[in-house]
Design a protein. Sequence first.
Length: 475
Amino acid sequence: MGEDEGDGDEEDRGRYPSHEAETNTGFSPKQMGYNLSKRFMGVSRVLSTVCVGLSFCIPATAEPSRLIYKVEVNDIIHGVSARHIIRTIDKAARDDAELVLIELGTPGGLYESTRDIIEAILSSERPVVVYVAPAGAHAASAGFLITLAADVAAMAPGTNTGAATPVSGTGQEIEETLAKKIQSDAAAYTRSIAERRGRPPEIAEKAVTEAKAWTAQEALDAGLIDHIATSEAELLSKLDGATIRRIDGSEVVVATVGAPVTLEEMSTKDRILSVIANPNIAILLGLIGLAALYLEFSNPGMVLPGIVGAIALLLAAFAFEILPVTAVGILLLLVGFGLLVAEAFTPSFGALGAGGVVSILFGALMLFEEQPLPTPALEVSLSVILPVTIFFAALVIVLGRKVVEAQRHVPVTGQEGLLGMIGTARTDIDGKGKIFIHGEYWDARAKERIAEGAKVKVIGIEGLTLDVEAVENEA
């Protein structure tokens, strides 16, 4: 029995291991939890190490590129275009743009407007790049100085710049003494801009003293520009990562590849005003306005000529406010208009008309002031003004004579239409009587006695009574 019991106990111990046996084998629940915890901590350390390694291998997310503000100038430089450029430069500073890109193509412009643009470029908080483009464009006179003043100057192949000799408002060369004074001032201003931008002043001033112009390659070789680029994309690629030295001595590294380019366009109002600011268009608007108002005053009630004339004169007045006009030029235009009107009302065999045409021509040519600037002033084209003036003169004279003829023409309707007409006395007219005329019976009076049936002629009208006289030598 004892052996049997012993065998049973051993069998039970084999089937149900004791706590001591579990402890000896190391597989107790407590021990298993401890082992799992150690393994988890090991894996965590490995993952942490991998993540730290990857953080060095994977680049950080790049900051979004700053904008590039672009301005296109392909007309003369005047107050409207200057305001647009300056406004864009100020906006770039407020928005912390990467840079300002001015795509330039201009024959020149006004002195004050040019200086305003240059001062804005030199004091700009953001770099300003001037790019003379596209191929075939040129940056003459005022455009040359603006290019010279840029932080970075670039040109497209096939473009040119230079030729900044001062000229008068008519585009003609100025008389010698005055020319020397203006040229000296212009040359000094050009040298000062070149020196501030680190460009050769002795070469730059030749644009003024010798009216010299350069191709893109010549300008690059002379150190007047920094790059030649066939396209805007190529220019931005060359500028990417470049260090630009500002006028205050600071340096800026620009990132241009991939930077969005925002074209700052003129408002509709500024585009219209920019077109009106052309001197030839301004004079044309003034002449149209005068002719239209003259037509309205000569024929009251037409309305349309009055509206057109008022609008044209107001637009011309705005253009004359932007452009540097002279009082002498304005007076000559008005005197010429007055002479044309006088020719229409008092024919002088063409003398007054010819004087009016000459006065308007000289007024147009002398309308704009001579500019003390190293850029050609806006020119008045004789090929435009001459035919327009002749047409204007013919129009005013013809309209004026039509008005005179209409005023002298005998009315054929109403009571006035009876003057000079012949009627028949229906009663004896002895002081007063009745006549039949124009299909109607009228009261009539005469200074002399007229017999019934006699022919009478109306010589006057007073109310509803006709003054008549007998028709002598009646057929």
